[in-house]
Design a protein around this ligand. Structure first.
Ligand code: DON
Length: 565
């Protein structure tokens, strides 16, 4: 008996650190034993893996990765934008929610994007110097290094500087973007000079060098990251803004501060779920939707069946309706976070959801629909062998942000001010309606959908994810979590399954190509206004199970890469 037990324990313990390979699965994650990096770009993933290999931890790797993306994924990677990160610190078991979102300058006013007739001037909130919030990325990365990192911040700039100075081979995805955005970017001579050298649209395999950006990154390396806020880079920015009628001044830059908060927390079928608090709306609403969905046994109704998607859609409508009314910057508005997160509130909402009939959005709350644009943001997840984990989403808002580059600085400025509600009830670029809670004000941060997520098991990160996609971020992350927890998929299967999205207004249920036609017909029968759409979100996911790290980069963006250490 004793020997049987010893043999059993031996076999079990050697199983325990083997990858969970299931040959019956159609898709498989990458696995490794010492850490994992998943991002939307191969250069960036490789830079972060090299940092892990050289003794850096998840924070160091994140800093190197984020700077690299600013060079190799110019439409979304950035130093001219901002974002959010969740950081799980292994030594304390604590998770920090780090807010490095862009901030409205001190001269911003509620009506700054309205004309004399009180109508929104959309070109001003999207493509002018006034569209830029004070960028937070460099301060966020500096915070990560100083609070959690083991290596020098300035050393983490190395891979990005090399790629900017020596150039890198343009990927298929980047070549596609250069072609697609050429007309839109042609309004900015500085952007054209850098990304369309001698007027040429770079093709796959061409080399892209970025001298001005390399110089800016070198300034950050030489003077330290404060260069961006109080040093030589700050001075160039402030001078340009003042000479060209932009709102941001030297004091706005010097005053920029990272905010660190506890994450919002919830539970879903016994799992602990952590995400980003406001001014991200994603954390609150992903937990709210999970709470509503707990009212039905989704594993019984079945993955992506019309019945399950009906429950998802009705939950999404309720959450996005609440988003429009209650969410904003917590330093400026009181947000009923605990009310929105309470199980009772969600159970009450669930009781009003009919099992077989769609509630029209106008009966959930009134508003006016608007079309989507084609925007971009990017997410990455990193886990190191010490147990530290980071889930970080950052952005300049649209693809190529405001499309403004200050001459000589080489980086694109965000147009995050468009995430404010320029006028109550008028939708922003994602068709999202907002009200007073998200109106523009000096020093305020615009409401965001960016939603880094961690699901814990035994108090440690088990599932880590996040996504770009504007308003679709929240629902993409939601379905990733549901696919793993309710439908027992590995993270590769959970990523590849067709997604759906509803955001209350417009009253449209988007389904990805590949979502079954029979289910679409059934959903139409329930009263849903179903439309097949392009891809919904792009999750970069890690799972840590029995000491093995699994990673999977969402194939919805072309160059994603998961690599282990
Ligand atoms: O913060 C937000 O919600 C938006 N600015 C994010 C933009 C975005 O995700 C674009 N992505 N594809």
């Amino acid at each position: 008996m004793r020997y049987t037990l010893i043999i059993f324990l031996f076999i079990f313990s050697s199983w325990a650190d083997q990858p969970l390979i299931n040959p019956d699965a159609r898709f498989h994650p990458v696995s490794s034993k010492n850490g994992m990096v998943v991002s939307q770009d191969g250069f960036a993933t490789d830079a972060a893996v090299a940092v892990l290999k050289s003794g850096g931890n998840a924070a160091d790797a994140a800093v190197a990765l984020a700077y690299t993306l600013a060079v190799t994924l110019p439409k979304a990677g950035n130093i001219g934008g901002g974002g959010f990160a969740l950081y799980f610190e292994a030594s304390t078991g604590k998770t920090y929610a780090i807010d490095f979102r862009e901030t409205a300058p001190a001269s911003a006013t509620k009506d700054m994007f309205l004309d004399k007739a009180g109508e929104v001037v959309s070109s001003k909130s999207k493509f002018s110097l006034d569209a830029c919030g004070v960028p937070g990325t460099v301060a966020g990365l500096q915070y990560l290094s100083e609070k959690f990192g083991k290596l020098k911040h300035t050393d983490m700039l190395g891979p990005a500087i090399k790629l900017a100075e020596e150039g890198f081979s343009v990927s298929a995805g980047l070549a596609y973007d250069f072609q697609k955005y050429r007309k839109m970017l042609s309004m900015s001579p500085e952007v054209m000079k850098i990304f369309y050298p001698q007027g040429k649209t770079l093709e796959q395999g061409d080399i892209l060098k970025q001298d001005a950006l390399a110089k800016t990154l070198r300034a950050l390396q030489k003077e330290g990251p404060n260069s961006f806020y109080t040093g030589s880079v700050a001075k160039l920015m402030a001078d340009y803004f003042s000479q060209n009628g932009g709102a941001i001044n030297a004091k706005d830059l010097a005053d920029y501060k990272v905010r660190v908060m506890p994450p919002v927390k919830g539970t879903y079928r016994g799992h602990e779920v952590l995400s980003m608090p406001p001014p991200s709306s994603g954390g609150v609403h992903i937990i709210q939707m999970l709470n509503i969905l707990e009212n039905w046994d989704l594993s019984q109704s079945g993955h992506n069946t019309a019945q399950t998607v009906h429950y998802l859609t009705e939950s999404m409508k309720r959450a996005y309706a609440d988003r429009s009314k209650f969410l904003g910057d917590p330093d400026f508005v009181d947000i009923p976070v605990s009310g929105l997160l309470s199980k009772k509130y969600s159970n009450d909402l669930a009781r009003k959801i009919s099992t077989l009939k769609a509630t029209p959005s106008t009966e959930v709350l009134p508003g006016k629909p608007a079309p989507y644009e084609s925007p971009d943001t990017t997410h990455f997840s990193i886990a190191d062998k010490e147990g530290n984990v980071i889930s970080l989403t950052y952005t300049i808002n649209f693809s190529f942000g405001s499309r403004i580059i200050i001459p000589g600085l080489g980086f694109i400025l965000n147009n995050e001010m468009d995430d404010f509600s320029a006028k109550a009830g008028v939708p922003n670029a994602y068709g999202l309606i907002g009200g007073e809670a998200n109106s523009v004000a000096a020093g305020k941060r615009p409401l965001s959908s960016m939603t880094p997520v961690m699901v814990l098991k035994n108090k440690k990160p088990w599932l880590v994810t996040g996504s770009p996609g504007g308003s679709k971020i929240i629902t993409a992350n939601l379905q990733l979590v549901l696919n793993v927890i309710d439908f027992k998929m590995n993270i590769a299967e959970a990523t590849n399954a067709p997604r759906v999205h509803h955001q209350w207004l417009p009253d449209i249920l988007n389904v990805e190509r590949g979502y079954p036609g029979d289910s679409i017909n059934l959903l139409k029968g329930f009263g849903h206004n179903v439309k097949t759409s392009g891809s919904l979100g792009c999750t970069e996911t890690i799972m840590i199970e029995n000491g093995i790290f699994y990673g999977y980069a969402d194939p919805r963006r072309i160059e994603g890469k998961a690599a282990g250490h």
